[in-house]
Ligand binder design. Structure first.
Ligand SMILES: Nc1nc2c(c(=O)[nH]1)N[C@H]1C(S)=C(S)[C@@H](COP(=O)(O)OP(=O)(O)OC[C@H]3O[C@@H](n4cnc5c(=O)[nH]c(N)nc54)[C@H](O)[C@@H]3O)O[C@H]1N2
Ligand SMILES: Nc1nc2c(c(=O)[nH]1)N[C@H]1C(S)=C(S)[C@@H](COP(=O)(O)OP(=O)(O)OC[C@H]3O[C@@H](n4cnc5c(=O)[nH]c(N)nc54)[C@H](O)[C@@H]3O)O[C@H]1N2
Ligand code: SF4
Ligand SMILES: [Mo]
Length: 908
């Protein structure tokens, strides 16, 4: 693909996960884009994972939203910016005039840049006068935010990535870092290689790829983390492992926390063993393993406990966070090298969004909405005409209020709520009813955009400029290196345009650097003055940067109170952000998830990520390299549960909850315990007929933070009976109304559809031609039909080149897709290729590589298996030396090791 751009190397930051790796992007003279890791970036030191490495494949303009669009009836039509902006500003103004400021809302995203986020928040909270701006971070980080604020007095992550390397014990709770924070995980891998005495414990109901590194895996019962960490606190108390001097000097509330944790049970005569058994039972863990973890924690000073969505996305999310923090406060293990609680952020700018107060219950710059003096401070700084004076609606509440007609206009930015919200069908009903739905996105075809009345084209990664903040509070620049396509504009500019049209004065920014400057100045505005709390978030040292300095800004960790300051760790001096400087223990009482399995819905649905896709696939879905690892939506369950449900691996199953239903391919091998099933979150209405998993997820939220319980929905799984299975590879995208079920992914030069049908087809040839849109009777059409066997295969060629092929069967005997895929790379097929077409493989039998394991080098499972067998390979390094797999980002090493394990079992 050719890109028009300034031919130079630009240092920027990856737009995916919260690790925030540095990227070097180079656009060559020929327009080709080369992506490499940035050695100078402290977060990643030159490394990129497979998603980061594939960024070059995802920046093309196909499918992009490149002009503003307005809906008229069923259709969308292009509009000028003036028309579209007037429509948004006019619509908002009218609704505010008639129904008040709380009748409008913004729903934004941790994928916005800090500058975009800042102006969106200023617009709503200072000018519209409502705090109805929430963000998809509600679905992600809000439990951690609430936990931090309760414990520390402010939303602060104490440690830094180096602590993962310095720790003697790394505990990963509800985190599949091997797939979701890959380069950081690789840092732990390398640290453990260098210091084999280092211990890693993974606490996750599933045995994930992350467990590859674990000395101990605790497959706890879903939702039982508070029991586990309360038990740990009780155990530490009985072992004399608490740091009493620290607790005395720097904390408040240990007594209540110990009471809630059930310390009494531990302290009763002979109670320790009984209490341990109780905890083990509540968490469904082996008591010996539980004790092994408790002992390890008690005896290891340098302990780091990192946690992610298995903790946050729970109806007791904030309590899970505090139960973890309690154990660190009680042992004084916080703020020093190699130790502390560590909340890993999901999105690239989850942290930046919190700095600017993007959540509906926060103000800007870590100030509080319900603190009148801070509200007044922000109002004075912004010269704001109409300050919000109470918290706004949180994501799930917001979409309910939209359905109820209380919120009549919503502007959605950089998020796809129709896919990512829980009870996603409710979100659909809400938007269908909403008077004015505005969406800013970079692509046209998303489930959410289909319901928008106004579409605003935003600049994407590589085109826009600004800053993001990663999990370790490190601010880095995202820099533009591509020219602006079509009429797309940066998100901040679009917000400012609407604000100006609504008559608001504080939005005359002309560059992101001016916004960053205002943000930096606000962060130390009245900070600690008079009765004002001294806020730790302070980047006053970055105020006043000129354009060139901003452009050249090197990664820096906040707080940056003075120029040149760079803060790796917080709380090293035992001072926290509460006015008395003391941290708070939170009394966390363990409670069950909101909805429990019963006879009708006997299994628990857990949802999460796969290695090579990002959320709703609007970007990673374009990459051929990333498509192969998991080409279809799946439901992973234990073989015994599958038997009980009457479903078989490789076939389709229906997964149903009280809220909705989806269909996906049954799989085993995801390390699932009995009683649970796992589904990935990535498929939407654009990529599958029935696999938008959000529709099934229950909308229960954590009462403290409002974070939804994405990891725990009671469901039932049943066969999705079909008459036939099939697939199509086609150069052109096809409408697939005929199939009962379809999913699609991008291949090199084709789209791959997996299909299933419920009705037998009478005239297969007629049906296939219609499906592949071949109207010409004289078309070059090869076919094979076995009517009795229920098999039909066809290929359509044009001028000797394959255009499409279709394979359908009533049996499970469809050929692998790999060889057929190669045919789409050829300008013309040889006679041998042609004669192999309908068998789906070369006439001279080659080796099918199998599903991709290593996406960096495109190495398949069977290639690796055969190499292991033929060469007697014993470890991952030998596999890499032999077939390259695992030699780049290392994300597939856990899978390679699993294959080595299988081979050694087979050999025994
Ligand atoms: N490849 C990839 N990487 C990503 C993303 C992506 O889309 N794709 N998204 C990014 C974002 S925004 C986020 S938030 C992060 C998420 O990163 P992670 O949180 O690591 O990923 P998830 O797959 O959501 O869930 C993590 C684990 O929680 C476990 N879990 C479920 N229930 C429980 C429980 O009750 N207790 C415990 N202890 N564990 C439980 C699940 O089995 C799962 O393995 O990933 C980021 N990185
Ligand atoms: N069942 C279940 N659901 C979940 C989760 C789960 O674990 N289970 N996890 C939740 C979590 S942690 C998260 S973070 C969310 C993520 O969910 P979403 O935020 O809904 O997912 P994305 O696909 O990242 O959506 C980003 C959108 O922004 C667009 N975009 C990309 N760049 C830009 C830009 O520069 N400007 C603008 N305006 N648009 C842009 C993309 O095309 C895409 O449409 O999902 C949540 N939903
Ligand atoms: S680890 Fe995260 S930030 Fe780094 S390259 Fe991968 S997705 Fe991007
Ligand atoms: Mo997230």
């Amino acid at each position: 693909m050719k890109l028009s751009a300034i031919p130079t190397t630009v240092r920027t930051t990856c737009p995916y996960c919260g690790v925030g790796c540095g990227v070097r992007a180079q656009v060559g003279q020929d327009g080709a884009l080369a992506i490499a890791g940035d050695e100078a970036h402290p977060a990643s030191q030159g490394r990129l994972c497979v998603k980061g490495s594939a960024l070059g494949e995802t920046v093309g303009l196909e499918g992009r939203l490149l002009s503003p669009m307005l809906r008229a009836g069923e259709g969308l039509h292009e509009a000028s910016w003036a028309e579209a902006l007037d429509k948004v500003a006019g619509g908002f103004r009218k609704i505010i005039a008639e129904h008040g400021p709380d009748a409008v809302a913004l729903y934004v995203s941790g994928q916005l840049l800090t500058e975009d986020y800042y102006v969106a928040n200023k617009f709503m909270k200072g000018y519209v006068g409502s705090a109805n701006i929430d963000t998809n971070s509600r679905l992600c980080m809000s439990a951690a935010v609430a936990g931090h604020k309760r414990a520390f007095g402010e939303d602060l992550v104490p440690g830094c990535y180096e602590d993962f390397e310095l720790a003697d014990l790394v505990v990963l709770v509800g985190s599949n870092a091997a797939w979701c924070h890959p380069t950081l995980y690789q840092r732990i891998v390398r640290a453990k290689e260098a210091r084999p005495g280092m211990r890693v414990v993974v606490i996750d109901p599933r045995r994930t790829a992350t467990c590859d590194l674990a000395d101990l895996h605790l497959p706890l019962k879903p939702g039982s983390d508070v029991w586990l960490f309360n038990g740990l606190l009780g155990y530490l108390a009985t072992q004399g492992a608490l740091d009493s001097a620290y607790v005395q000097a720097h904390t408040v509330g240990l007594g209540e926390a110990l009471d809630a944790a059930g310390e009494a049970a531990f302290l009763a005569p002979g109670g320790r063993e009984a209490a341990l058994l109780d905890v083990a039972r509540a968490c469904r863990l082996d008591p010996q393993q539980l004790l092994a973890f408790y002992e390890l924690f008690a005896n290891t000073e340098k302990t780091l406990t990192a946690f992610t969505m298995g903790v946050n996305q729970s109806s007791s999310g904030a309590d899970k966070v505090n139960a973890i923090i309690n154990c660190h406060l009680a042992t004084g293990r916080i703020g020093r090298p190699g130790m502390g609680p560590f909340s890993l952020t999901g999105q690239p700018n989850a942290m930046g969004g919190r700095e600017v107060g993007g959540l509906a219950n926060m103000l800007a710059a870590h100030m509080e909405l319900d603190d009148p003096s801070q509200r007044a401070a922000v109002q004075a700084f912004w010269d704001a005409p109409r300050m919000a004076d109470k918290p706004g609606l949180k994501a799930v509440e917001l979409f309910r209020a939209i359905e109820e007609g209380k919120v009549k206009a919503v502007w959605i930015m950089a998020t796809n709520p129709l896919v990512s919200l829980p009870d996603a069908d409710q979100a659909r009903r809400a938007l269908e009813k909403c008077e004015l739905v505005v969406a800013s996105d970079i692509v046209l075809g998303t489930d959410t955009n289909q319901l928008a009345h106004v579409l605003l084209p935003a600049l994407g990664w590589g085109e826009k400029d600004g800053t993001v903040t990663n999990s370790e509070r490190c601010i880095s620049r995202q820099r533009a290196f591509l020219s602006k396509p079509g009429q797309a504009r940066p998100d901040w500019e679009i917000v400012c345009e609407v604000a100006r049209r609504m008559g608001f004065s504080g939005f005359d920014f002309t560059a992101p650097q001016q916004i960053f400057d205002e943000h930096a100045r606000l962060s130390n505005w009245q900070n600690g003055a008079g009765s004002q709390r001294r806020r730790v978030f302070d980047i006053g040292g970055l105020a006043g940067l000129g354009r060139a300095e901003y452009d050249a800004l090197e990664p820096v960790q906040w707080p940056v109170r003075r120029q040149g300051e760079d803060t790796q760790r917080l709380f090293g001096d035992g001072r926290f952000a509460y006015p008395d400087g003391k941290a708070r223990f939170v009394a966390t009482r363990a409670r069950l998830p909101a909805h429990l399995p019963d006879a009708e819905f006997p299994l628990v649905l857990n949802t999460g990520r796969v290695r090579d896709q990002w959320h709703t696939m609007t970007r990673t879905g374009r990459s051929v390299k990333l498509a192969e690892h998991v080409p279809e939506p799946f439901v992973d369950l234990h073989p015994q549960d599958a038997l009980l449900c009457g479903v078989k691996a490789g076939e389709l199953a229906r997964v149903t909850s009280n809220w909705g239903t989806v269909v996906a391919r049954v799989r085993h091998g995801g390390g699932i315990a009995r009683g649970s099933v796992f589904m990935p979150i990535h498929w939407s209405g654009q990529t599958a007929s029935d696999a938008r998993v959000g529709a099934v997820v229950n909308p229960a939220v954590d009462p403290v933070s409002g974070e939804p319980e994405f990891k725990h929905t009671p469901v039932r799984v049943e066969p999705f009976g079909v008459h036939w299975y099939g697939f199509i590879l086609s150069r052109a995208a096809l409408p697939l109304r005929e199939a009962a079920n379809w999913t699609r992914i991008q291949g090199a030069g084709f789209v791959r559809y997996e299909l299933a049908g419920r009705k037998p087809f009478a005239d297969a040839a007629h049906w296939a031609r219609k499906l592949l849109q071949v109207e010409d009777d004289d078309a070059d059409w090869i076919e094979l039909e076995d009517r009795n066997g229920g098999v039909y295969r066809a290929a359509h060629l044009v001028d000797g080149r394959i255009e499409a092929c279709l394979f359908v069967s009533q049996r499970q005997d469809l050929p692998a897709r790999a060889w057929l895929a190669q045919m789409f790379c050829k300008e013309s097929l040889s006679p041998q290729d042609r004669s192999g077409l309908l068998s789906g493989r070369a006439r001279e039998q080659g080796v099918d590589p199998g599903p991709t394991v290593c996406s960096c080098f495109g190495v398949g499972r069977d290639t690796i298996r055969i190499a292991i067998e033929q060469h007697g390979l014993k470890d991952a390094a030998a596999v890499t030396a032999c077939v390259k797999a695992g030699g780049n980002c290392g994300s597939c090493v856990p899978e390679i090791r699993a294959l080595l394990g299988e081979a050694s079992i087979k050999a025994q």
